[in-house]
Each structure stands twice: as structure tokens, then as C-alpha cells.
Design a protein around this ligand. Structure first.
Ligand code: 5U1
Length: 674
């Protein structure tokens, strides 16, 4: 049924009225009518739209909540990247910022637009011909998540801009925040319902915006403050202050705390006033932002990586609090590193309750003289991880005691070693320790190690979590039926993976050494070790002195290798691998002879060769005692260039280095014995 003109006119009037009152209430914070009157008009509009569905438009005030729950969020590419800000923590850094700006602009003094830095979530809102079409999170700055349905429920975000002259398209940038009062109310409700509490208003805002059901977001009372645009406005604006006024005219909340200030004195004065006012503001802020006020200067100043040179965030000092170290636990990371972690009496600092803080390594515990039982200063700034700043020995109780790292891994019981000139102690059972399993398996299967095609990160995770595999040797016991049970592995890929594992049994000695994941042993060292020792038996028997006979192996690497083979758990896994049928041609690892034409020369490979793969070319060169490096320098002897060689080729020409094609390389390789 089509609506009579009087109905259409009524709908338009109701919408205009509701938009106006929504704006007065949520943006200006100045309601002009009682809530009951607003609700009456809203219901009248809903009734008419129900009767005449064709009159419904996406920008109608009834359409804020309406979208069905989503199963996930799509990615949106920002038309203009969303920048991040460089931070200043000290006055000096603000002085340096002003100096850089004045120098670049050739001015003695500059005006800055100063505003609070909201502690919320940055979003980008795209309006086409004045109507909100997309709202996205910042993501990595280049693309974010499409949270349009959720952002539409935020009343301070206009569904339609308050102007007759809306730009064809505009991206408005700003921050979604939750007031401290709404945060308290939300947590009280969560507590009553036995739900998880949010640590601070920012986490609550983020959690609310990432709800799959927009109806939940709608109940969270989120706010939005605009602070800029992506790209240009197409509107004659000379300053950031004018841009903020214009955004306010378009219907956005813009902070009342904004102010134009002169030079460093003005910025620092503003910072001190906001520091003092911070606790009384309805929102959390974590600092202030200064932007060069003149917009034309933004183009002159440009960007460094993803941060503008025309703006800086001046962050408030980190909050500190006192608490007690109840214990020091030890975590074993995926590379075997042992990290002492302070277990703290829970303390609220910087917006969260802190119960643990990393102490990084044993030296740090000694340097800061932190003992179990000590009262310590804990610091946390914004989203930075909490840290123990220092202990207070004057408050030390008699029962306080020092901490020492265990000599055996708390996860697997193997030896713990600290290499010379390294601060980190590690569990040496890289092939065996459960904490290091996933990492060890990923590395073992990687392309330059045993190159097991199809054994990706996800499969490794599943194999370890289901306890189908504990060490690399267990891989060789897997059956296609075991693998086919894993999510994402169809019968065919399970069969392919078993075949790939089988194929990996035939490898080279250097790949096998590299695959063991010995700390400090990369591909080049693995190759040198394979050449020098020629057999696993000789390599395992070598002590630190013997290992240092190998070219380029110093004391640290030698200790690392000796420590690895000294650990019985690792030797067991190697024996199991051999028993499972893993074979490498040990005898073939003869030492290259100095008679090869490429022996001792340094090569750089660039571009695609017609017949040899990059790996094959590298292998042949290295087998004959050549060195292959990644970049061209005066030390390079030859550059081998294939198709589309790029800048390395140009550099070789500049430096007068001999450039070979594949045929030239092959000739040179044939030119001497190996
Ligand atoms: N208040 C405010 N926050 N904030 C964050 N202004 C502001 N501007 C930003 C960011 C990331 O960026 C523009 C300077 C590009």
C-alpha cells in the first residue's frame, strides 16, 4: 500500500523531531523534552513504518537497532589509512616536537590545537551523501573490522549528517568510549548476573563494540567523540579548530576541552590543567593530543611511517602502586627461556587489577634486589604491561628471602643453562620439553629443515594438543587414520601428510642438524658442522673446544651445541629418529676443496633463474665452498642475475661487480673440482 502525502509528511516531521531530540540529548547533553514525549513520537513512527514498510529508510531513527546477530566481522579497507600517534612522556619530548615542527615550517612559533586523548577505541565512520554507510575499527590502520551494525546503536553517532551540503563521501574519525558512570553500572549488572567483570572503561567499550549481537551493544550506553577526518573535506577549512567546529555542526560530539594554544608553553600549560582535571572528567583519558592548528601545514609536515609529523600524544605518567611479592614463579617459554614472574598481592593500578608481573630474567631480580615477601612499587601505563619498578628494602620483613632460578626445568626436569654473555637461562631439552614442543615441531618440519609439506602451524597445534605427538620422532609413528580425525584435515590431505613425513626420512646431514633447533645454530652453522664432523656420532662426541675448531663457531655457539647434545633427552629423541628410519648421507658431507673456482668467493643471487631454483643454486655454490649472502656490497665477488633482477643488479653495476647469468654460473661451477 502506498502512503498518502500526509503520512509521508508526518513521517518526515517525526524523523526530523526525533533526530533533533536525539542530538540534544546525546550530543549536546541538553534534553528539551521529557523522555516520555520522545518515546511517544518514537512509537508513532514505528507504528507508521510497520504499516508502510516502504517508507523505512536506513537513516530512520527506528533503525539504530535492528540488524540480526552476525557470525563474525568482515574486513574493511580504510580509504585513507588510520594513523597512530607518536608519544611524548616527558616535557623534553614536547620541546623536541615543537622544534621539529618550527624548523620544518620555517617559523619561530606555531599554534597548536590541544585536546584530551580519549582512552577508548578508534573508529572510522564513512558517510555517503550524508548517510552513515560503514563503521570500522582501526585494525592495523590499513584495514579494520566492519562494526557498522554496532556503531549504528551508538546514539552520539548521527545516522545522517545535520547538513544540506554533505560531501559526496567523508570518513569521520574518532573514539568510541564508555563513561565512567556507565562502566560502573555495567559492571554492577555483570556482577548481579554472575558475568565476567570488565577491567576498565576502555576494555568495556571494546568488548561492547565487538559484540556479534548489536542488541547487546545497544544496552551498553557507548559514546563517541569525533576528532578528525580521513582525507579531505571538500570544505573551506583553514585550521583544525575550524574542522572540529564543522564536525560539531554536522552533528558529532566534539570535546568541550579543546583549545588552541601557543607554542611549547601553551602545550605544557594545557597538559598540567588536564592532568589536574582528569579525575573530574566523565571519561577516562590517558593524555592529551597536540596538533599543528593550521591544516595546510599538515601537508608540509607529512608523515613518518604511520604517524603524522604534525601531531603528538603527550601521555600522562604511568600510575604506580605498592604491593607485596607473594612468590616468584618461573615460566618456560616456547624457546625454552626461563622467566621469573612476580606473583603479587592483587593491586589496582593504571585501570586494572595486577596480580603478576614479569621480572624478565635472574639478573634483573638481582639488580632490583627483589625478594619474596618484599613490598614493591608496581607501575602500569595505559595498555603497557605492568612492571615491578623497585623494591622497598626499608619495609622488608624478616621472613623475606632471595630468589634463585632452578637448575632444572620446572616443566620437564632437564638441565637449565645460561650461556656466557646471555642474560636468559634456558631449558636445554629443546626436542623433548613440553613447553617447547610446538616450536620444536614447527621448526623441524619447516622448509629449510626436514621440509614436511602440509605440516603447518595449525596441524602442529592440534597434534600436540591431542597428544598425538610429543617429539619430532613421534611424527614417524603417525597413521593416516590418526591425522584424518583432526579438524581441517580431510582423508586425502591426511594421506598426503603421511607421504610427506615418509619422504622427509631421506634428508641431508646439514638439514638434519638444522632441524634439531639447537639455539644459535642456523642454516650456515648447520652446514659448517655437517662438513666438519661428517657424522652424527662425531658431532655428538665433540666438546666445546673441538666445536670451536669449526670456522665461525665461537664459544657461545659451541656451548649451546655441547649443552644440547649433553642432554640425554635430546640424544634419546635423535636415536628414536634414526630408529624410525630418518637417514642422511653422512659420508657425502665431504669438505669442499680449494680447487673449486667458486671456493671462498661471495655470491649474491637475484631474480629468477631459468632452470635452477634459488635453493638449488645456493646449495651448489655452498657445496663448493662459496658464500651466498643477501645483499650486494664491496665484498661481493659475483652477482648471479635472473629475470627481473631489481636493485641488487643495479648496485652490482655501480660497484663494478661481475654479473653472471645462469649459464655463466654453471660454467663457473664446472670450472673446478669439488
Ligand atoms: N583527541 C585525539 N585523539 N586522537 C587520536 N585526536 C587524535 N588524532 C589522532 C589520533 C590517532 O590522529 C590524527 C592526528 C591523525
Amino acid at each position: 500500500m502506498s502512503a498518502a502525502p500526509a503520512i509521508v509528511a508526518r513521517v518526515n516531521r517525526l524523523r526530523a523531531s526525533l533526530e533533533e531530540h536525539n542530538y540534544n540529548y546525546y550530543v549536546l547533553d541538553r534534553p528539551e523534552i521529557p523522555d516520555a514525549e520522545y518515546d511517544r513520537m518514537f512509537r508513532e513512527l514505528q507504528d507508521i513504518e510497520r504499516e508502510y514498510p516502504r517508507l523505512v529508510t536506513p537513516a530512520s531513527p527506528t533503525q539504530r537497532v535492528g540488524a540480526a546477530p552476525a557470525s563474525g566481522f568482515a574486513q574493511v579497507t580504510h580509504r585513507t589509512p588510520m594513523l597512530s600517534l607518536n608519544n611524548a612522556f616527558e616535557d623534553d619530548e614536547v620541546f623536541a616536537f615543537d622544534r621539529r615542527v618550527c624548523e620544518a615550517l620555517g617559523r619561530a612559533a606555531v599554534d597548536y590545537a590541544a585536546e584530551p586523548k580519549f582512552d577508548g577505541l578508534a573508529v572510522s565512520l564513512t558517510y555517503e551523501r550524508g548517510v552513515l554507510v560503514t563503521g570500522a575499527t582501526r585494525g592495523d590502520g590499513a584495514s579494520g573490522e566492519d562494526v557498522t551494525a554496532n556503531l549504528r546503536t551508538v546514539h552520539a553517532i548521527p545516522l545522517r549528517l545535520r547538513t544540506q551540503e554533505a560531501p559526496e563521501v567523508i570518513d569521520v574519525r574518532g573514539e568510541v568510549v564508555m563513561t565512567k558512570a556507565n562502566f560502573e553500572r555495567l559492571n554492577a549488572r555483570q556482577r548481579e548476573q554472575g558475568e565476567r567483570l570488565f577491567a576498565n572503561p576502555r576494555n568495556a567499550a571494546a568488548g561492547s563494540l565487538r559484540q556479534l549481537d548489536p542488541r547487546i551493544t545497544a544496552t551498553r550506553g557507548l559514546s563517541f567523540f569525533a576528532y578528525g577526518i580521513g582525507g579531505t573535506t571538500g570544505h573551506p577549512l583553514a585550521t583544525h579548530a575550524e574542522l572540529m567546529d564543522w564536525l560539531a555542526e554536522l552533528g558529532f560530539s566534539v570535546t568541550h576541552e579543546r583549545q588552541v594554544v601557543q607554542g611549547v608553553d601553551g602545550m605544557l600549560d594545557y597538559f598540567r590543567r588536564m592532568t589536574e582535571k582528569r579525575a573530574r572528567l566523565p571519561f577516562d583519558i590517558d593524555g592529551v593530543v597536540y596538533k599543528v592548528n593550521e591544516l595546510a601545514a599538515h601537508n608540509t609536515l607529512g608523515f613518518v611511517s604511520r604517524a603524522p609529523r604534525f601531531a603528538i600524544a603527550h601521555k600522562f605518567a604511568a600510575e604506580e602502586a605498592l604491593t607485596v611479592v607473594e612468590d616468584i614463579a618461573v615460566q618456560v617459554g616456547r624457546t625454552g627461556a626461563l622467566t621469573p614472574v612476580a606473583c603479587l598481592k592483587p593491586v589496582f593500578v593504571g585501570g586494572v587489577t595486577v596480580t603478576h608481573a614479569t621480572l624478565h630474567n635472574e639478573d634483573e631480580v638481582v639488580r632490583k634486589d627483589i625478594r619474596i615477601g618484599d613490598t614493591v612499587v608496581v607501575r602500569r601505563a595505559g595498555d603497557v604491561i605492568p612492571e615491578v619498578v623497585r623494591s622497598l628494602p626499608e619495609l622488608r620483613p624478616a621472613h623475606a628471602h632471595s630468589f634463585a632460578l632452578p637448575q632444572h626445568c620446572p616443566v620437564c626436569g632437564s638441565d637449565v643453562r645460561k650461556l656466557e654473555d646471555e642474560a636468559i637461562a634456558r631449558c636445554v631439552a629443546g626436542l623433548y620439553c613440553p613447553a617447547q614442543r610446538k616450536q620444536a615441531l614447527r621448526h623441524f618440519a619447516s622448509r629449510h629443515a626436514l621440509d614436511i609439506e602440509g605440516l603447518g602451524d595449525k596441524t602442529v597445534e592440534l597434534l600436540v594438543e591431542r597428544e598425538l605427538v610429543r617429539t619430532p620422532a613421534d611424527l614417524y609413528q603417525l597413521k593416516a587414520a590418526d591425522l584424518a580425525q583432526l579438524e581441517g584435515l580431510a582423508e586425502k590431505s591426511a594421506g598426503n601428510l603421511v607421504a610427506a613425513i615418509e619422504k622427509s626420512k631421506h634428508t641431508t646431514f646439514e638439514r638434519f642438524i638444522y632441524a634439531l633447533g639447537i639455539r644459535n645454530v642456523g642454516e650456515a652453522t648447520a652446514r659448517d658442522l655437517a662438513r666438519y664432523f661428517g657424522s652424527m656420532e662425531r658431532l655428538q662426541a665433540a666438546d666445546v673446544e673441538a666445536l670451536q675448531e669449526v670456522p665461525d663457531v665461537g664459544p657461545v655457539v659451541a656451548q649451546s651445541i655441547a649443552g644440547f647434545f649433553g642432554e640425554p633427552h635430546n640424544r634419546d629423541v635423535i636415536a628414536q629418529l634414526t630408529a624410525a628410519g630418518v637417514r642422511f648421507a653422512e659420508a657425502a658431507a665431504g669438505r669442499p676443496r680449494a680447487t673449486s673456482a667458486v671456493y671462498g668467493k661471495t655470491f649474491v643471487l637475484t631474480g629468477a633463474l631459468p632452470h635452477l631454483t634459488r635453493d638449488e643454486a645456493q646449495q651448489r655454490l655452498r657445496d663448493r665452498g662459496a658464500k651466498v649472502t643477501g645483499s650486494v656490497s664491496k665484498k661481493t665477488d659475483f652477482v648471479v642475475a635472473g629475470a627481473d633482477p631489481g636493485s641488487k643488479h643495479d648496485k652490482a653495476r655501480e660497484l663494478g661487480i661481475t654479473i653472471l647469468d645462469e649459464a655463466g654460473l654453471l660454467k663457473l661451477l664446472e670450472g673446478g673440482g669439488t
